[in-house]
Design a protein around this ligand. Structure first.
Ligand SMILES: *Cc1c(COP(=O)(O)O)cnc(C)c1O
Length: 451
């Protein structure tokens, strides 16, 4: 029985899968905050290259992956699909557990799957620098890596809570030649405004996005890049699910249920959209697809499906998505990458249409699951990824109770080698399980833009 199901380099996908081609309900248009009308490519071209704007709006099912991008993908792709034999034995479950392992990329997560093509298209269109935000530090390091390979400069606004919890993420960004700043900064209007109101702020992804967008919009040679949420980002990530589909074919299996952690939704979209496409086209109607999020930031399970800004200051266009309100600042949980107030519009659309579902967990139970995983499968995972492991373990135990031989698939989005201070807090019993902040969310939702 195989443990690693491996593809050849030639089998790296040649096209990304665009789920917009198969959605039952078309996406609601993005609304420009300047005109209050559907955003046009012109509204976006101050901060994005034209090719990515086209991809964002495309309804073509397949988008070719440039050879230059596939060549860089070869550094770590195809990634292995693992059968978690030891976890299955430990749980004594009849279920079969598989996971796609995205931690083998140089930055240690799925994020370079989109950082590399984004850097490529910007370079091709004459851009010299890219600005961005980062929560846990994973996206900043992925973009630092991607821009370096195409000889671009990179400025990263890092959420203050993570900057302080994860100094080594900053070091690795510097090793790839990027500049990494603790956000909010004094460099931008939006940063200065937040610091004036609350000098002790822990920061949030929304605030950092405001700073990075402002930086790009005010410099001609600079564009902005987002590591999650947007359609083109989720689409670039579909290399994960497309490879997984081939790998399941090799072992003549297919998932009954798919789990992934959701911050902005990119790793899970990437892993599940090719399978969701099968479901939408009626080819595999029974596959269950479930997002896993933190109780402290329960966007899909407790948010509202409405138009909202992508950032705290309201500089970005408005998107229809599940949201907790753009000025909601979640508690500083250790899965920093899951502290975003919204989620990818495509993933929200599928959740709203009932094609996908969502669950939320507290951080202590998530770390319990991470430890079970490290003790059985050997990998110390990112706290974000551990949310999907918690769901997997619960499902495997349910299968045991009900005597069901299900096939469970989850996306293992990255390693936790830079998250050891979070593990220390867990070992010391210092992790706080924040209650769902109903009052705070209510306040933030009251500030939603009126469309
Ligand atoms: C950034 C990150 C996430 C959350 O972002 P998504 O866009 O929801 O994927 C999850 N896991 C890891 C390891 C990350 O780095």
């Amino acid at each position: 029985m195989k443990t690693k199901i491996i593809l050849e380099e030639e089998e790296i996908p040649k096209e990304w899968y665009n789920i917009q081609a198969d959605l039952h309900t078309p996406l609601d248009p993005v609304i420009s905050s300047a005109t209050m009308k559907p955003a046009t490519p012109d509204d976006l071209k101050a901060i994005f290259p034209m090719e990515l704007i086209k991809q964002e709006m495309s309804r073509e099912r397949w988008i070719p992956i440039p050879e230059e991008v596939r060549d860089i993908y070869r550094l770590w792709r195809p990634t292995p699909l693992y059968r978690a034999h030891r976890l299955e034995e430990y749980l004594k479950t009849p279920a079969k557990i598989y996971y796609k392992w995205e931690g083998v990329s140089p930055p240690g997560s799925h994020k370079p799957n989109t950082a590399v093509p984004q850097a490529y298209y910007n370079k091709k269109e004459g851009i010299e620098r890219i600005s961005t935000e980062t929560g846990a530090g994973q996206w900043g390091s992925a973009l630092a890596f991607g821009t370096r390979l195409f000889d671009l400069d990179c400025t990263v606004y890092m959420v203050r809570a993570s900057y302080e919890q994860k100094p080594y993420r900053k070091s690795i960004m510097q090793a790839w030649g990027a500049e990494c700043l603790s956000s909010p900064t004094e460099r931008t209007n939006s940063g200065r405004a937040v610091l004036k109101k609350d000098p002790k702020t822990t920061g949030s992804l929304g605030i950092s996005i405001s700073e990075a967008v402002e930086d790009a919009a005010t410099h001609d040679n600079t564009n902005y890049a987002l590591g999650s949420v947007l359609n083109h980002v989720c689409m670039h990530q579909t290399v994960v699910g497309l490879e997984a589909e081939k790998q399941f074919e090799l072992v003549d299996d297919y998932p009954d249920v798919i789990f992934g952690c959701v911050g902005g939704g990119s790793n899970f979209s990437g892993a599940c959209f090719p399978f969701a496409g099968d479901k939408l086209r009626g080819e595999k109607p029974d596959v269950r697809i479930i997002s896993c999020e933190p109780m402290a930031c329960p966007t899909l399970t407790k948010g509202l499906y409405a138009y909202d800004f992508g950032d705290q200051a309201g500089l970005t266009p408005m998107m229809k998505m599940f949201t907790l309100g753009h000025d909601f600042v979640p508690a500083p949980i250790h899965a920093g990458g899951l502290r975003y107030h919204g989620d990818a519009p495509t993933l929200c659309n599928l959740t709203h249409d009932g094609v996908m579902d969502a669950v939320a967990y507290h951080q202590n139970e998530v770390f319990d699951a991470a430890i079970t995983f490290s003790k059985t499968e050997g990998i110390v995972v990112a706290p974000e990824a551990a949310h999907a492991i918690k769901a997997t373990i619960d499902e495997a135990l349910r299968c045991k109770k009900e005597g069901k031989e299900e096939t469970i698939f989850f996306n293992n989005s990255g390693h936790g080698n830079f998250d050891l201070s979070a593990y220390d807090a867990y070992f010391d019993g210092k992790l706080v399980d924040y209650e769902y902040p109903a009052e705070l969310v209510k306040q933030s939702l009251a500030g939603l833009p009126k469309i």
